[in-house]
Ligand binder design. Structure first.
Ligand code: BTN
Length: 219
C-alpha cells in the first residue's frame, strides 16, 4: 500500500521517522513535491510538482545491490508507462537524452532499508537544475507510475543484472573517478561486473571501482 502526501520535506526522512516511532506500515510513501529532497553525499534533490518522489521499506540487503536493482525497476516502470528507454549511469541515476531524469538513494535504518526514488516525470524543466531533464511525456499519471514501480520493486525482477549491465550509459566512455569528493583516476569504462562494480581500463590494466562517483570526460 502506498501512502500519498501532497508535500513533504523528504519521503526518505518521513519513512525513517515512522520506523523510529515503531510504525512500520505503510511500506511505501509517495509525495507530489518535496521541500528538502536529498540525494547521495547529502546533495539536494530538487523535487518540484510534476515528479514522483517515493520511498519503499525493504528488508536489509547490500545497499549497493539494492540501488542497482532499483535502477532496473525504475527503468522498467518508466518504459512500461511511457515507452521511453532510459540508460543507467552507474550507480544510481537514470538518464534520458543525456540528462538525469531519476535518482535513487538507499539508506540503512536498523535491520531495514529505506529506498528512495525520485523521477522527473512531467516536471517543468525550468524548475530543475541544468543537468536534470524531465521525461515530459503526457502519458500517464504519477499514481500509475508509483503502482508500477511498487510492482517492480517488490516483484521478482528477473534478469535485472543483465539489464543493469546492458543499460550502462558509461560503456566506452573515458571517465574521471572521484572518491570522497577528490579526483582519484581516469579510465575507459569497459562495463559492469557481477557485483555491479564498474570496470575501468587504464593503460591496458583493468581495475574495478566499487565506491565513489564518475563523471564523463569531455573530449
Ligand atoms: C541522487 O540523485 O543522488 C539520489 C536522489 C534520490 C531522491 C529520492 S526522491 C524520494 C526520496 N526522498 C529523498 O529525499 N530522496 C529520495
Amino acid at each position: 500500500m502506498i501512502e500519498w502526501l501532497d508535500c513533504v520535506h523528504s519521503t526518505n526522512l518521513y519513512l525513517k521517522n515512522l520506523i523510529k516511532e515503531g510504525k512500520i506500515s505503510p511500506c511505501a510513501v509517495a509525495a507530489r513535491q518535496q521541500i528538502s529532497g536529498r540525494g547521495r553525499m547529502d546533495r539536494k534533490f530538487v523535487s518540484p510538482v510534476g515528479g514522483l518522489y517515493i520511498s519503499f521499506l525493504l528488508p536489509w540487503d547490500d545497499t549497493f545491490k539494492i540501488t542497482a536493482k532499483a535502477a532496473v525497476a525504475a527503468r522498467r516502470a518508466i518504459k512500461k508507462l511511457s515507452g521511453l528507454d532510459c540508460s543507467i549511469k552507474w550507480v544510481n541515476d537514470l538518464y534520458y537524452e543525456n540528462k538525469k531524469v531519476c535518482g535513487i538513494l538507499a539508506e540503512g535504518i536498523g535491520n531495514r532499508i529505506v529506498l528512495g526514488i525520485g523521477i522527473n516525470w512531467a516536471s517543468n524543466e525550468k524548475d530543475l537544475v541544468d543537468s536534470a531533464g524531465s521525461l515530459k511525456q503526457n502519458i500517464g499519471s504519477i499514481e500509475n507510475l508509483a503502482l508500477e514501480l511498487e510492482n517492480q520493486i517488490y516483484g521478482p525482477l528477473e534478469n535485472w543484472l543483465e539489464e543493469y549491465k546492458a543499460s550502462c550509459f558509461l560503456n566506452g566512455h573515458e571517465v574521471d573517478v572521484f572518491q570522497a569528493g577528490k579526483y582519484v583516476y581516469s579510465g575507459m569504462v569497459r562495463g559492469v561486473d557481477d557485483n555491479c562494480h564498474l570496470v575501468l581500463e587504464q593503460n591496458g590494466t583493468q581495475m574495478v571501482i566499487s565506491t565513489g562517483e564518475v563523471s564523463v570526460r569531455i573530449k
